[in-house]
Design a protein. Sequence first.
Length: 157
Amino acid sequence: MNRIWIVVAMMLLVTTPTWAQVGAVNPNVPSTITVPPPSGSLPGTPPTTRPSVPFTSDPNQQNNPFPTLLNAGVSGTGWYGVPIRQIYIPPQAVQIVVYAPEQEVTGDQWVAQYTELPGYYVTETTLGYLYPDRWTLSSPAKGLYQWQRVPAGFQRK
């Protein structure tokens, strides 16, 4: 009796990977592509449609690369272009001036000290540079410093 259950369990395990392969197969006939109007055309110009050539570099809805791959044209960074490389911006030493009451006898109560801004990575894309959230020092008054978050941003080339 146990042998039958083992055989049934093995048959289920053997056929399980084939369930993941069921899906839409690329058609062997042209599918319709909607092409936006060319740049510079009058507003309100309707898009045109044309048949695609399957299994070529011609885009079609069943034959597109995954959106974050380099050959997709649009990356996971949004509409900022395709990532090329990441550039490391090393930590930067910054001089700050702080008040030191114990040095009143010398007449110089303001003392220079150094602190370090943390490093970060900038992503270079085909269209510009993508900066992440990062930290910097803000000085609202002399001798007063506070950490401030700089939001992420994009700078075009």
